[in-house]
Design a protein around this ligand. Structure first.
Ligand code: NAD
Ligand code: DAU
Length: 339
């Protein structure tokens, strides 16, 4: 059996990755290490095989705890753990710098101490900043780092500490940079699950600015497959951009959700724009396609329908979140604008 160490495995993408690996890689055992912040949710891990999946609650910045949790003979570390929401980073950046940068350094040090074969850093297209609108420009692996939000800056810095570990100590490391994920179990602070949850409850849908910002959407399982292939086939020291060639304006996304749920567009409320709001993300995935043999398998139409169905069928999951700390976050974030 191959052992892997997954951080942030109780979050949205980490839990999808853990599920997919358990299903598709029968020779793999997973140690899942997660601090269970507001975004970590043990409900995301319900029903997994305890013989192949063990969960440890811990902070990636806690060096002794990481060293104790990372198993001997571990083949790879997959670092999903992060503070991930741009709006929260605008409100307060401290936790983003701590978890996303210091935490990554602690994991790299531990991986070196334990002789881990490969380190996979799950990064984001946001490290490359914003593209002009109505332009044929795309993010490639040669695009410069130009992060615009505190979140993006912390993820860019994390990429640099990964690079430094490789250059200085020869740590075998690959970086994946994906665009906007959507799918089941995404925390309802992000655009798609927030809009689905609000629409289902006939509550207003807050659209920032003019709603014309463009994001390049990918179904979460397609992202997870790319991360696995980067681990198996990626070249050490390389970054791989992951995208499904699926650019959509925010307003189009919101309207599609309303239509699928049979709700009126009068629920849309235009609210103040996000500070420093990146206008357009668009990924050229040709390197991942040619070097990793990766292709997305889920179309936007299929993925969005499956996501909406999941939220419809799992209203208890959403309500557990909406009844907790989320209330206060929502009040602070949207209270003044939505009344
Ligand atoms: P998420 O916020 O849903 O989950 C993050 C997880 O990390 C949570 O389970 C949380 O408890 C855990 N965590 C946070 N701080 C921790 C700490 N100090 N120690 C241990 N665990 C900690 O995030 P997500 O959307 O699943 O994103 C996962 C990763 O993918 C992040 O690194 C993010 O930057 C990256 N990414 C996300 C997207 C996206 O669209 N969501 C796109 C590209 C890359
Ligand atoms: O591109 C990858 C990134 O995608 C990841 O690295 C981040 O972790 C992830 O959060 C996501 O960042 P975005 O800022 O693009 O995602 P978010 O869902 O917050 O917003 C998507 C778009 O929708 C963005 O243009 C802002 C807009 N938006 C968002 C919210 C929450 C609204 O108009 N209204 C909202 O209430």
């Amino acid at each position: 059996m191959r052992k892997i160490f997954v951080t942030g495995g109780a979050g949205f993408i980490g839990s999808a990755f853990v599920r997919q690996v358990l299903e598709e890689q029968p020779d793999v055992e997973i140690v899942d290490y997660d601090a269970l912040t507001y975004a970590g949710n043990l409900e995301n891990l319900a029903g997994l095989d305890p013989a192949r999946h063990s969960f440890i609650k811990g902070d990636i910045c806690d060096r002794p705890a990481v060293l104790e949790a990372m198993p001997e003979g571990c083949d790879a570390v997959f670092n999903f753990a992060a503070e991930s929401h741009v709006d929260r980073s605008i409100h307060s950046a401290d936790e983003f710098l701590r978890t996303n940068i210091i935490g990554t350094q602690v994991l790299l040090d531990a991986a070196r101490a334990k002789g881990v074969r490969r380190f996979v850093q799950v990064s984001t297209d946001e490290v490359m900043g914003s593209l002009p609108e109505d332009d044929s420009a795309f993010f490639t692996e040669a695009s410069p780092h130009k992060p615009n939000s505190p979140y993006a800056a912390s993820k860019a810095a994390a990429e640099f500490v990964v690079r430094a570990a490789r250059e200085t100590f020869g740590v075998d490391a690959v970086i994946t940079r994906c665009g906007n994920n959507y799918g089941p179990r995404q925390f309802p602070e992000k655009l798609i699950p927030l809009m689905i949850a609000n629409a289902m409850n006939d509550e207003p849908l807050p659209v920032y600015g003019d709603g014309q910002n463009v994001r390049d959407w990918i179904f979460v399982d397609d992202h997870c497959r790319a991360i696995w292939l980067a681990y198996e086939k990626g070249r050490s020291g390389e970054a791989y951009n992951i995208g499904a060639r699926n650019e959509r304006r925010n307003l189009e996304v919101v309207r599609s959700i309303l239509a699928a749920l049979g709700k009126p567009e009068s629920l849309i409320r235009y609210v103040d724009d996000r500070l420093g709001h990146d206008r357009r993300y668009a990924i050229d995935p040709i390197k991942a396609e040619t070097e990793l043999g990766w292709r997305p398998q889920v179309t936007w139409e299929e993925g969005l329908a499956a996501t909406i169905d999941w939220y419809r069928e799992n209203q208890a999951w959403v309500e557990h979140i909406r009844n907790g700390e989320y209330r206060e976050y929502y009040r602070q974030m949207y209270g003044a604008a939505l009344g």
